[in-house]
Design a protein around this ligand. Structure first.
Ligand code: AMP
Ligand code: ZN
Length: 529
């Protein structure tokens, strides 16, 4: 995918047909610096997928939060489903910062060990792609990591504090395996190392996060092929022996091989955030086996549960089915922007899509449809228009509006497990009030207007990560084009190329556009008949 075009361009929302403009020519509204958040009455509660309860969030160390999110496996272009999950946790990261926490946000890059089919057998996804594209595995990793970063930038997803790679932490992964073996929860078999789930479950719970019962798991996996190295079909690989032709392999105490997929997250999260840390996030589809195995590995190594709050973002679906590469229903951000995909009626701007994501709670699925995206486009436009109106409203002496109530409602929504749809509903109540004020039906003082600006910018820009894109009206477009033409004419005149300068003047005159040469330069106007 070549995202260079997409990176520099965006479609102006509101045009009947999407209009492609460069980022430089988008008019951005200038905003005053935002004030710190208003004092909040409510406290942040998070739905902990481990306990299945909404719990008050109390960080391990006051004022600080450790946040880990499973990053992409960089073997293919990112699709919009992936973007939803990363936007969800970007919103979580932004809100924690907005609350004043100092957040260390670790989001990894999976560049080895994730096998086709997500199990212990089969080809490494990256090695497979390297063979297919006839490139070095690290070229594949670089190519798709760059692509991932481009997409994150387009969707205004902030960079994490640390972005570690699995291949950069092979030594630490070997060390963790040794600890797990030493504690009796793993065994070596034919050059590979497996986690002993039965042994582990005699002492610690296994399956709690994903709600699986060990005996059911056994009956489901008993007959799988290629598991003869394992003592039990439930066991999973910590280290896999590599065949000589395998493209990615490292020396280890058990011979040449590569780490299992789940291990990297156990290692990199705790290396940078501590044995136990605050929040671990990822898509719902990672609960099992990935996160279940992560928990077992960390406890197997240290005896301590790694995560205090587990958060899982729900899936973006298409006609009720998870958007996925393998389903053939996943479109890339580039296809989304250009509208060049069979599922898309037209192109949509990245901010429309980000707004669309925020209209659903992160724990609910969101189903993609053109109707839903068009509704989001309309809603986002209404919100932007109201924000723009705040710059133009004439203040009244008296106030008939309670902005404090709005601020409290917004905070309450976000504190209730990051409830962005409710937040948006409250902001739309404010949109109504702003429009009434514009119609002279509601009084807003200068202070009300300032506070409303602060609330909109705080929650829309800082928390939900939206960017205001001002609609580029035809007048502005005409102004810009005329300036280009007048500059060309001036430079022709400067070169004494009067034939060209006259030609430009005559051609414009034929379109009823009159040019006047003044001391300050040329001006233009449309002649009325
Ligand atoms: P992957 O690169 O496949 O490991 O996926 C990266 C992230 O995207 C993971 O957190 C997945 O849970 C998430 N993801 C994959 N498909 C979807 C989807 N359709 N909707 C939301 N998130 C998804
Ligand atoms: Zn992970």
């Amino acid at each position: 995918m070549d995202l260079r075009i997409a990176e520099q361009c965006v479609f102006v929302i509101g045009a009947d047909k999407p209009t492609l403009v460069t980022f430089n020519s988008i008019n951005r509204i200038n905003f005053a610096p935002r004030k710190p958040p208003l004092r909040m009455k409510s406290k942040l509660k998070i739905y902990n997928s481990y306990t299945r309860e909404k719990e008050e969030f109390v960080p391990q160390i006051e004022g600080h939060v450790g946040l880990y999110v499973c990053g992409p496996t960089v073997y293919s272009d990112v699709h919009l489903g992936n973007v939803r999950t990363f936007s969800t946790f970007d919103m979580v990261y932004r809100y924690l910062r907005f609350l004043g926490y100092k957040v260390r946000y670790v989001r990894n890059i999976t560049d080895v060990g994730h096998l086709v089919g997500d199990g212990d057998e089969g080809e490494d996804k990256i090695a497979k792609k390297a063979k297919l594209e006839n490139l070095e595995p690290m070229e594949i990793v670089q190519k798709y990591t760059n692509g991932f970063h481009d997409v994150m930038r387009i969707f205004n997803v902030l960079n994490p504090s640390i972005e570690p790679t699995a291949t950069g932490h092979i030594v630490e992964q070997i060390e963790m395996i040794e600890e797990i073996i030493a504690n009796g929860f793993a065994y070596v078999s034919n050059g590979s190392v497996y986690f002993d789930v039965r042994k582990f479950s005699e002492k610690y719970p296994y399956g709690k996060l994903s709600g699986r019962v060990i005996d059911d798991l056994i009956s489901n996996t008993r007959d799988l092929d290629g598991q003869d190295e394992k003592r039990d079909s439930l066991d999973f690989a910590l280290w896999k022996k590599a065949e000589p032709q395998h493209l990615m392999q490292w020396n280890s105490p058990w011979g040449k091989g590569f780490p299992g997929w789940h291990l990297e997250c156990s290692v990199m999260s705790t290396k940078y955030l501590g044995k136990t840390f605050d929040i671990h996030g990822g898509g719902m589809d990672l609960k099992f086996p990935h996160h279940e195995c992560e928990i077992a590995q960390n406890i197997g190594a240290t005896g301590e549960a790694p995560v205090r709050y587990w958060m899982h973002g729900n899936m973006l679906t298409v006609n009720g089915r998870k958007m996925a590469k393998s389903e053939g229903n996943g479109f890339t951000p580039e296809e989304l922007i250009t509208g060049n995909h069979k599922l898309l009626d037209k192109g949509y701007s990245p901010m429309t899509v980000r707004f669309f994501f925020m209209t659903g709670h992160y724990t609910s699925t969101i189903d993609f449809s053109n109707e839903a995206l068009q509704a989001a486009e309309k809603g986002y436009r209404r919100m932007m228009a109201a924000r723009k109106l705040l710059e133009q409203l004439k203040p009244s002496e008296t106030s008939a509006y309670n902005f404090q109530h709005l601020a409290e409602q917004c905070a309450e929504a976000m504190n209730d497990d990051f409830n962005t749809p409710i937040l948006i509903a409250h902001l739309f109540d404010a949109v109504k009030a702003i429009n009434s004020a514009n119609d002279g039906k509601l009084s807003l003082t200068a202070n009300d207007i300032e506070e409303l600006k602060n609330i909109f910018d705080s929650y829309c820009i800082e928390v939900m990560g939206l960017q205001w894109e001002e609609e580029q009206g035809n007048d502005q477009l005409a102004d810009g084009l005329m300036q280009v033409i007048l500059d060309l004419r001036a430079s022709a005149k400067g070169n004494k190329d009067y034939a060209t300068s006259d030609k430009i003047r005559d051609a414009l005159a034929a379109m009823q556009i009159e040019i006047k040469d003044t001391k300050e330069g040329a001006t233009w106007e449309v002649k009325s008949n």
